[in-house]
Design a protein around this ligand. Sequence first.
Ligand SMILES: Nc1nc2c(ncn2[C@@H]2O[C@H](COP(=O)(O)OP(=O)(O)OP(=O)(O)O)[C@@H](O)[C@H]2O)c(=O)[nH]1
Ligand SMILES: [Mg+2]
Length: 321
Amino acid sequence: MVNIDALRSGDRKVLAKLLTLVESTRLEDRQETEQILENLTGQTGNSLRIGITGIPGAGKSTMIEALGHQVIGAGSKLAVLAVDPSSMISGGAILGDKTRMQTLALDPFAYIRPSPAGKSLGGVARRTRESILVLEAAGYDVIFVETVGVGQAESMVSQMADLSILMLLPGGGDDLQGIKRGVMELADIVVINKADGDLQKRAALSEIDIRHALEFMRPRHRGWKPCVLKTSALQGEGVNELWKVILEFRKQTEQTGAFRQNRERQLCDWIRMEAREMILDQFDKDQRLSTADSVSKDAETSSSHITAARKLVNRFFELSS
Ligand SMILES: Nc1nc2c(ncn2[C@@H]2O[C@H](COP(=O)(O)OP(=O)(O)OP(=O)(O)O)[C@@H](O)[C@H]2O)c(=O)[nH]1
Ligand SMILES: [Mg+2]
């Protein structure tokens, strides 16, 4: 059993062990994880959860590292969860991140956790959410969830973050780098990174384009209008400003109540998702429903596969009531 007191007092070994447990899909580990999460209730929820998404190489990790030093300098503890949903396909390109955030990885007030490949987006989402809770119980007050943008990933992150940062590269032109409108709509702050050297001019053009595009978008949180910022994570330019905007977001949305509302909505969605998983799990496990005999009997006695499926559902609910 994991020692929760040690977790709270900042024992990194215990933290790593617990995160490994959360990531495990073995049944016994799952049961232990659920027990531990029960015991953590009341000690979670106290962090600022920041999602940061963008194409590979946009500079997400470099930015987190630059912001990280500010966060730690201001007396906070920072954690980074590097989630790579594309690892389901590619085998995990993001794992190099730990080495990229080198100085942060050495800081005793920072904790960086690259996420191993997951089988499904749902599994990755659950694990990331639960890891956030564990990190909060361990006293981390700012948690970054870094993920490569692959369409669904942005929406997954926005379902667990208090605010979402979308990181773009200077593009120019009006195509917005093929960024789909839906992805922009999920951002509270858009950052145009690598606004340095030869790219400065293009970054300025991109900023105009994006500011214009954002004007026509519906804000996600009451009291917050999505904004755009130019940065150079590498040279540390615009990093202070970005942190200020992040704090301003928190202040504004706390004042309007949108911050709390967002958390409540996320919790409700999460509960529904878990419930759905539980139902599916029970359905799949129930031998009485999975025997070919019973299903083929339904098929024989039904006018169509839809009627047969409905019979199966009814039997499931009868058996589980
Ligand atoms: N010129 C310039 N290069 C940058 C800047 N930020 C990051 N880079 C470089 O871009 C490359 C990718 O940076 P990362 O921070 O690893 O990018 P990432 O978005 O985390 O990449 P993935 O995790 O692979 O998706 C590195 O070589 C960085 O040094 C910047 O502001 N300006
Ligand atoms: Mg990265």
